[in-house]
Design a protein. Structure first.
Length: 97
């Protein structure tokens, strides 16, 4: 995905505490899940965001970077999911040739 703007912590901290806790617990749970299938699971979540908003993740990142897309709570969650997926994918060993 390349370089991207990080989500704003202020968007997380501006949410009610139960929503903060839920988002962070989900992020931690996703990061601790078994390696098999976790990228596939995150890809499914990303596709759901893309379907919901009507554009792909690359477009999202371009719109956020240009200021065209406001970083709402849902947009931040989408971006966190992208970041987690990319982080996990980068740590996985390359498939054997």
């Amino acid at each position: 995905m390349g370089a991207r703007k990080k989500f704003k912590v202020s968007d997380l901290t501006s949410r009610p505490v139960p929503e903060q806790r839920q988002a962070l617990e989900e992020l931690v749970r996703d990061s601790r899940s078994l390696p098999n299938g976790e990228v596939t699971e995150l890809d499914a979540k990303i596709r759901a965001y893309e379907d919901r908003f009507g554009f792909d993740s690359k477009t999202l990142l371009e719109r956020v970077k240009s200021g065209e897309q406001r970083e709402t709570w849902d947009i931040c969650q989408w971006m966190m999911t992208l970041e987690l997926r990319d982080s996990i994918a980068a740590k996985r060993p390359a498939p054997p040739r």
